[in-house]
Structures are given as structure tokens and as C-alpha cells.
Design a protein around this ligand. Structure first.
Ligand code: NAD
Length: 526
């Protein structure tokens, strides 16, 4: 066999997957360009980090207003780059950022304020401690294509509010949205270098991990996350990992079937099923299973598949992003068919997939075990609460789960037993859009958090400042030179602080009093 030398393409071509329209060409950046961007961000951070949080908040609110004024144009770029409706792009990718900007602009100062720490006996010994937060420096953000605006923009805003600057590497499928983010900062008048964007493929991303950034926020597949963690480990770069999901929806027999079937369909097919928190497994109580599945199938058939940029609300289901994604969806549908499942829908035309409902499946099927990331919904019956919990937890993932019932007490009881980072009761998908609460995953769904107070704390380092108020007045009794009196003092102190017996405590106190004046005079140059 001949060796084939394949050159890395210098250009990324952004293409609307629904229409094939070329939307632009972007550099597939190399190591030097990535290093240059990080250098610029480092330089900018020196000044940005010194700006008071209130003023940073004013900048973010200015950005927010700029986004609001241009919301339709921004949503249009996203919609075309993803091949989904502008309505979908607007509500899921742009709208939540306005609330997020507001929250962090107004609350960062409070969350990051200096905090006194009670240090027990050390307070009595004349000491005090507080913790304060300081920025990492430059945050590297590596993003997926499925929400190319809301995911990186949210992380950028939080990073900036904490005093960092950023370098974003958008997905190779959505470089235009990445560059748009950079332009929004520029047009708002932010200082240069505060938000740098490097376009390129996975290799560009790997350059960013080892470019000298101070922390990596990665959102993408579990497989890529593991590769990034290896590279990050070599450079001791801390990481936050927002990874894949296989999210279960548990439906008990007391639900409103009409409302809950609408929710199941939306949860499974929104963004053409390309959401990390998509409902990818639906468990329905046996009593209502037949009626529920009939309604899901009937309603799914009504969803319109297609793309229109002139009528933003014209189609519920857009295209999938790429051939690779299509192959994965096909593989899961084929596997289900081969194993004897009933598949309703799932027909493929170009990059469009008719939403599919899959019945007669169990946990040996790929469509139940692996992340599909497409408009495919397997439905399974269950009989008892314990069985539903067991089935839901039987997954390598742990991003979100949802529980549907009118009995909120039962729902909370079930939530307590679900190994998921987010559990929604009578809702699904929504919580990434709620900036006040943490977002993240357990098991193979991730490490660390974005959003909420927890997400902000991921963007800062902790500094503990400890003051010995007697430090200029006396020596500590454990300093050199060591002596018999100091040894006895240590034993007495142990008993004074930790003996359960009052008698021993009193004896210890007397021992300390006896030795104290001697100890305080013992010093090295005597
Ligand atoms: P992906 O892992 O293929 O790519 C994500 C990003 O990583 C892209 O920018 C890519 O260029 C970059 N990348 C690839 N190889 C790299 C490497 N070796 N070093 C550095 N960067 C590299 O994921 P995707 O297909 O873009 O997105 C879909 C996945 O993302 C799904 O698994 C989905 O569940 C997950 N996701 C998770 C969340 C979450 O919040 N948990 C949100 C959205 C998407």
C-alpha cells in the first residue's frame, strides 16, 4: 500500500446543512495563531482584571443591549449555520443570554465578596482569616455546534465578570457564529483582546489546551473530553467538562396525557434532537403506556420537517448538522430494527430525518444505551417506582432527568434517588437557560459546573489571607528552640482542647499557665 500524505485544509467552509448554501470561509488556525490570540488575551487581562466588578457589569449590560437590538440578525446566522428554524435559534441560543448577562452583571460582586472564616480556637489565639477570589487569567473555551451562541457566550460573560479574559475555539461547524461573538464584543467597544476567537478544527482546539491558558471550559462529546483532559493533565491546566447525555423522562400514571405527550415530543425533538439534555429515553407507567405512545406517535407525525429562512416558524424539525451525525442516527435506527423494534418515522432525505418513535426496545439496544443526538425517541414501559429509578440510573451518563406526575411529593422522592446533576419535575430541557442555577453532569456527563454561583466560582482562584494579630508582639510557642517546657505545653494544650473530662481540662490549663512565661522567653539567640 502506498503512503498517502494528507495536508490539513487551511480553510473551514461554513455551510447551511439544510440548504447547502455556503455561508463563509474561515481560517483553520495553526499553533502560532492560537498562541498569538492567547498572548493578546493575556495582555488584555492585565487591565481587565483591575477593573472593578461594577464597571465590568456595566460593560456586560452594554453588550446585552447590543445583543437585544440585533437579536433577529444573530438568530439568523445561528439558524443558517445549524439548519434549524430561526425561532428555535432565537429562543434557545440568544434569548437566555440576556437573562444570564443581567444575572452576572448584577450579582457577581455579591457572590465574590471577601468572606471572613471562623477558625475556632485559632481565633482565640489571636488570629483571623478571610478568603477572597481572584481571576485565573485567560480562560480557554472550546465549544460544540449545537448551541454555538448560548454555550460559549454564557461562559465568556461569566469569565469576564470574574476578571478573566477569554479565547474561544468554536466548533468547526459553526465558525461564523464564533466570529460573530467576537464582533459583538468589538462593536460594543470592549478593549481589544478581552474576547479572542480562534477558528479551526479539533487540532486548533488541542493547540488551545496547551497554549498557556489558565483553565479550559470544554463542552462537547465525552470522547473528546477525555482526550482534552489528557493534554490538559500534561500541562496541569484545570478543566471544566460539559459532556454528553442520555437523559431519561419518567412518566407516572397520574399525568395529564395531552400536556405530557407534548412535553415528551418537545424534549426529544427540539433542535432536531441535538441537545445534550434531549429526552433520549422515555419510561411510561404500564397503566397509561398504550394511550401515551399512541398520542406521541400521532403528534410526532404532525411535526413539519424542513428549513425556511423567510418563515422562521415554518418548520419544527430542521436538518441534522452533518453526515457524521446522520450516520450515528442511522446506526441506532438500524440496530433497533435488526433487534426487532418497531420504528415509526426515521425516513432520511439529505440531512433531514423524520422524527422517529421506537417501540419494543430495552437496555440492550444502542438507541437506549448510547447518545444518539438526533430526532429519535425510544419508549419503554415500567411498573413500579423502584423499577423506573433503576432503569433511569442504568446509564453511563448523568446529565439531566425528568419526572412527570401530579404527586410532587413522589416526584421529589424519586428525584432524590436519581444519579443526575439536574432533575426536573414536570419540565425538561429548560434549566440551561436559567442562569441562577448550576449546570453540569455527573458520571460520564462531566466534571465541574457552569452557570449559577457554582459556575462563577469555577472561574476564580481562592486566596486565603491569614493574620496573626499577635505576630509582632510574641513568638509562637512551637517555634525553635524546642524544649521540655514546650513539649509539656503541647500535651497540655491537647488535653485542654480535646479531652472530654473537665478534670483533665483544668489540669491542662494549670500546666499551660505554669509553663507559659518560661516558654515565651525561650528564643534562639539566648
Ligand atoms: P465534539 O466533541 O466533536 O467537539 C466539541 C469541540 O471540541 C469542537 O469545537 C471541536 O473542534 C473540539 N475538539 C475536537 N477534538 C479536539 C481535541 N483533540 N482537542 C481540543 N478540542 C477538540 O462535540 P460536538 O459534536 O461539537 O458536540 C456534540 C456533543 O456535545 C454531544 O455529545 C453533546 O451531548 C455535547 N454537549 C454537551 C453539553 C453540556 O452542557 N453537557 C452541551 C452541548 C453539547
Amino acid at each position: 500500500m502506498r503512503t498517502e500524505i494528507v495536508e490539513r485544509p487551511p480553510i473551514l467552509r461554513s455551510i447551511n446543512p439544510a440548504t447547502g448554501e455556503i455561508l463563509g470561509e474561515f481560517k483553520n488556525m495553526g499553533e502560532e495563531e492560537v498562541k498569538e490570540a492567547v498572548k493578546k488575551a493575556k495582555k488584555a487581562q492585565k487591565d481587565w482584571g483591575k477593573i472593578p466588578i461594577k464597571e465590568r457589569g456595566r460593560w456586560i449590560l452594554k453588550l446585552k443591549e447590543h445583543i437585544r437590538k440585533n437579536i433577529e440578525d444573530i438568530a439568523d446566522v445561528i439558524s443558517k449555520e445549524k439548519g434549524v428554524s430561526r425561532f428555535e435559534a432565537l429562543i434557545s441560543d440568544v434569548f437566555p443570554i440576556l437573562d444570564l448577562a443581567d444575572f452576572y452583571a448584577k450579582n457577581t460582586e455579591k457572590i465574590l465578596k471577601r468572606e471572613k472564616v471562623k477558625i475556632g480556637v485559632w481565633n482565640i489565639l489571636g488570629r483571623e482569616s478571610y478568603i477572597e477570589y481572584f481571576p485565573y487569567g485567560v480562560i480557554g473555551i472550546i465549544s460544540p455546534w449545537n448551541f454555538p451562541f448560548s454555550i460559549p457566550m454564557g461562559q465568556i460573560i461569566i469569565a469576564l465578570m470574574a476578571g478573566n479574559t477569554c479565547v474561544l475555539k468554536p466548533s468547526e461547524f459553526t465558525p461564523k457564529t464564533g466570529i460573530l461573538i467576537k464582533e459583538l464584543f468589538k462593536d460594543t467597544g470592549f478593549p481589544e483582546g478581552v474576547c479572542e476567537v480562534v477558528t479551526g478544527d479539533g487540532l486548533t482546539g488541542s493547540y488551545l489546551v496547551k497554549s498557556g491558558v489558565d483553565k479550559i471550559f470544554f463542552t462537547g462529546s465525552t470522547q473528546t473530553g477525555k482526550i482534552i483532559m489528557k493534554t490538559a493533565a500534561e500541562h496541569l491546566v484545570p478543566v471544566v467538562m460539559e459532556l454528553g447525555g442520555k437523559d431519561p423522562m419518567i412518566v407516572f400514571d397520574d399525568v395529564d396525557i395531552d400536556i405530557t405527550t407534548d412535553a415528551a415530543i418537545f424534549g426529544a425533538f427540539f433542535n432536531t434532537g441535538q441537545v445534550c439534555a434531549s429526552v433520549e429515553r422515555l419510561y411510561v407507567h404500564k397503566k397509561i403506556y398504550e394511550e401515551f405512545k399512541r398520542a406521541v406517535i400521532e403528534k410526532t407525525k404532525k411535526l413539519r420537517v424542513g428549513f425556511s429562512s423567510s418563515e422562521p416558524w415554518g418548520y419544527e424539525i430542521g436538518s441534522v448538522i452533518s453526515e457524521k451525525q446522520l450516520m450515528k442516527i442511522k446506526e441506532h435506527i438500524e440496530d433497533a430494527k435488526e433487534k426487532g423494534a418497531e420504528v415509526i418515522g426515521g425516513e432520511i432525505e439529505n440531512l433531514f430525518v423524520k422524527p422517529a418513535v421506537i417501540l419494543n426496545v430495552d437496555h440492550s439496544f444502542k438507541v437506549v444505551r448510547e447518545e444518539t443526538f438526533g430526532p429519535v425517541l425510544p419508549i419503554m414501559p415500567f411498573e413500579t417506582e423502584d423499577e423506573a429509578i433503576e432503569l433511569a440510573n442504568d446509564s453511563e451518563y448523568g446529565l439531566t432527568a425528568s419526572v412527570w406526575t401530579k404527586d410532587i411529593k413522589r416526584a421529589k422522592r424519586v428525584a432524590e434517588k436519581l444519579q443526575y446533576a439536574t432533575v426536573m419535575i414536570n419540565d425538561n430541557l429548560i434549566t440551561h437557560a436559567i442562569p441562577q442555577v448550576p449546570w453540569g453532569g455527573v458520571k460520564n456527563s462531566g466534571i465541574g459546573r457552569t452557570h449559577g454561583k457554582e459556575g462563577l466560582l469555577e472561574m476564580v482562584q481562592v486566596r486565603h489571607v491569614h493574620t496573626n494579630k499577635l505576630g509582632q508582639k510574641m513568638r509562637a510557642p512551637w517555634w525553635y528552640p524546642f524544649s521540655k517546657e514546650k513539649y509539656e505545653f503541647a500535651l497540655s494544650l491537647t488535653n485542654l482542647l480535646h479531652s472530654p473530662s473537665m478534670k483533665e481540662k483544668i489540669q491542662a490549663f494549670l500546666g499551660i499557665a505554669k509553663n507559659f512565661s518560661k516558654i515565651s522567653k525561650q528564643k534562639l539567640n539566648e
